[in-house]
Write a protein that binds this ligand. Structure first.
Ligand code: A3P
Length: 325
């Protein structure tokens, strides 16, 4: 049926009144994420509705400083862990370890996310103490040029996609079942790249390549490596961030203490990591099992084969490898 002239004129009037930002969002391709919410295809990746405005504002307005430390990740890859570790490493001389804010404040409050917490307003960024420790799930290509061009440092935490998928699945399976898809549908969407901040391979490869080209600028960490030897990686991270442990600190076991303070076992039992964080979300949802290879308890052999084949195709020739167990 053809639209009447009146309808078209009315539509044009409505659009004229909408802000350029709302119009831009309205015209982006959309899909349903597996939590039942809308995700928008923006600059080559799928951005959740809750983050789209913040993400656009972050890209347009954020001015990096050389001292900034930026944590980047795919969701469910160990972001909470790295937030705690980066914060504790950087502030360990400001507070005794037994009084570090990580014991009294949830890591997501200590290291805010650009797209979820800071834009808007951007006040916190301005007020945050030097060095500012900030985080984002934005893919590398989408980062503001000031982050890429300044001397600020980027840490990327990567997790093998089978465990990342399962962690995602459990995170959303906590929601009422009518709001999210079945594990089969979720798996198929994940493998076709339709997942928030995905496709996951583009996200990982973007940071992997950047870390290969600029190792002083981008530190690429793997969740599985940290699980294997956290003390070594805490030291490595501290050096990269420009806050190396002194010989004296090493002798007094400070590296071990920082690693223990930020461990899953310690953080998950703290009161500040329990209780509501967002509507329908509890802080404890960010602390589940923290196991490498937990996927083997849930995925069928054919799902595993399909995902491993896909991963192989995508990372072929990049030099990147994953540990699955
Ligand atoms: P599981 O769901 O496999 O248990 P993110 O912080 O990016 O949302 O990632 C959440 C995942 O990291 C969850 O994985 C969670 O249990 C795990 N995690 C949270 N804190 C951790 C810590 N201190 N050490 C290791 N893993 C941690």
């Amino acid at each position: 049926m053809e639209k009447s002239n009146n309808t078209v004129a009315h539509q044009e009037k409505v659009e004229e009144l909408e802000s350029p930002l709302e119009l831009l969002i309205k015209n982006l391709p959309k899909e349903r994420n597996f939590d039942g919410k809308t995700i928008y295809f923006y600059r080559g990746f799928w951005c959740p509705e809750m983050a789209i405005r913040g993400m656009i504002a972050f890209g347009k307005h954020f001015q990096a400083q050389d001292t900034d430390l930026i944590l980047t990740s795919n969701p469910k890859s160990g972001t909470t862990w790295l937030k705690a570790l980066m914060f504790t490493i950087v502030t360990r001389t400001r507070y005794p370890l037994t009084e570090n804010p990580v014991l009294f404040t949830n890591p997501h409050m200590l290291v805010p996310s650009f797209e979820y917490n800071l834009y808007n307003p951007s006040l916190y960024v301005e007020g945050n103490r030097d060095p500012r420790i900030l985080s984002t799930h934005a893919p590398y290509d989408v980062l503001p040029t000031s982050i890429k061009d300044s001397k600020c440092r980027i840490v990327y935490i990567c997790r093998n996609p089978l465990d990342q998928f399962m962690s995602n699945w459990h995170f959303f399976a906590k929601l009422p079942s009518e709001t999210h898809s079945s594990i089969d549908e979720t798996f198929n969407r994940f493998c076709s790249g339709i997942v928030f901040f995905g496709p996951f391979w583009d996200h990982i490869l973007g940071y992997w390549k950047a870390s290969q080209e600029k190792p002083d600028k981008v530190l690429f960490l793997k969740y599985e490596d940290l699980k294997e030897d956290i003390v070594f990686h805490t030291k490595l991270l501290a050096e990269f961030l420009g806050f190396p442990f002194s010989v004296e600190e090493e002798r007094h076991g400070v590296v071990e203490e920082v690693s223990r303070l930020c461990s899953f076992e310690n953080l998950k039992d703290l009161d500040i990591n329990k209780g509501p964080i967002l509507p329908g979300r509890d802080k404890s949802d960010f602390f589940r099992k923290a196991k490498v290879g937990d996927w083997s308890n849930y995925l069928t052999p054919s799902m595993v084969e399909q995902m491993k084949k896909l991963i192989q195709e995508k990372i072929e020739g990049s030099g990147l490898t994953f540990k699955f167990s």
